[in-house]
Design a protein around this ligand. Structure first.
Ligand code: PLP
Ligand code: COI
Length: 340
């Protein structure tokens, strides 16, 4: 039976659900893993995650489709990205097949918390991994824990699809040749001061520029950029220090194959941004959230799409992607994984 929640009014917050998945890595191998109702973690005071931030995570969603099925969207890509994160942080890889099984189990075990079709809410799934044994010299832990929980969520940005105002940040979220391309917890710790400061000044998010030269567009704290040119082309920034967003990659495929648009994935100079017609932030949490205005140290870039509604092409992309996720539009082969 569906949980008794006000699905239409959920924010993007944590609500404890009944069951989560846990597996431990010890003596060079992962144990069998199990579901547990225990949401608490007890660790040594000297755990690798607590001392040197040895942790990475993922984020994906489960949806109820128009036909009442429960599905996840491209979880194989989350498993693959987590592999890259683990390798870069000297953590053991959690095998892809086991990652996918864990997603299935966590969603199935909490199926009453998968928001109903049409409610605007989804079940957000958070896989993560951390060094759990003691380290005091700077080196990787010997033991790790992999966990996955789920929580029902509403829109990431308050106001749902209302255009956002963002600002060009003077702080960086990643270093050249650093960890910007993986989903390391440390990248988000880096961004906390910048986001608190942005919110205090009335902005919804930060636009980070490349940390080396501050002349190219990178991404925001939790989403990639997607721009639309005045002649209807899609442009997405390419950089070694941004997270390869699964949503962005999916939207580019949709743009090309479903909407017949031209897509360019290339370095994007900040000086070009004023000439674009539309701008969106894409990510699992953000879906595609329209940007109406960018503030560059007091100078405003206002997109022609305005502050009241999504740009026309952004809206088409949004409708097609969410249509695929919710089962209204046929998905490309392998994008949708049904939970039995
Ligand atoms: N960029 C950053 C920094 C993120 O945290 C996220 C969220 O996962 C994204 C981009 C979007 O990635 P995805 O579409 O895979 O969720
Ligand atoms: C996601 O979109 O899944 C993320 O991890 C972004 C995060 C800022 C909530």
């Amino acid at each position: 039976m569906s949980a008794n929640l006000d699905w239409g009014n959920l924010g993007f917050g944590y609500i404890k659900t009944p069951l989560r998945y846990v597996s431990n890595f010890k003596d060079g191998k992962w144990d069998d893993g199990a579901m547990t109702d225990n949401d608490q973690i007890t660790l040594t005071e000297c755990a690798g995650v607590l001392q040197y931030a040895q942790t990475a995570f993922e984020g994906l969603k489960a949806y109820t489709t128009e036909h009442g099925k429960i599905v996840t969207f491209r979880p194989d890509l989350n498993a693959e990205r987590m592999t890259e994160s683990a390798k870069r942080l000297e953590m053991p890889v959690f095998p892809k097949e086991r990652f996918l099984e864990a997603v299935d189990k966590v969603v199935a075990a909490n199926r009453d918390y998968v928001p109903p079709y049409g409610s605007g809410a989804t079940l957000y799934i958070r896989p993560y991994m951390f060094g759990s044994s003691a380290v005091i010299g700077v080196k990787p832990a010997q033991e790790y824990q992999f966990r996955m929980f789920a929580t029902p969520v509403g829109p990431y940005f308050k106001g749902g699809v209302k255009p956002l105002t963002i600002r060009v940040s003077d702080f960086d979220r990643a270093a050249p040749h650093g960890t910007g391309h993986i989903k390391a917890g440390l990248n988000y710790a880096m961004s906390l001061h910048a986001i608190v400061d942005a919110h205090e000044k009335g902005f919804d998010e930060n636009m980070y520029l490349d940390p080396g030269t501050r002349t190219y567009v990178e991404e925001t704290g939790g989403a990639n950029f997607l721009f639309v040119t005045k002649d209807g082309k899609i442009v997405t920034p390419k950089s070694d220090s941004i997270l390869p967003s699964i949503t962005r990659r999916s939207l580019c495929y949709v743009a090309e194959k479903y909407l017949g648009l031209t897509v360019e994935h290339r370095p994007v100079k900040f000086s070009e941004v004023k000439d674009f017609a539309e701008c969106g932030l894409c990510g699992t949490a953000a879906v595609i959230s329209p940007v109406g205005k960018i503030n560059d140290h007091g100078k405003e870039i206002c997109f022609p799409s305005g502050m009241n509604e999504m740009g026309k092409i952004t809206k088409k992309l949004y409708d097609t992607l969410t249509g695929i996720q919710m089962g209204r539009i046929e998905a490309p082969e392998g994008w949708i994984r049904e939970i039995k």
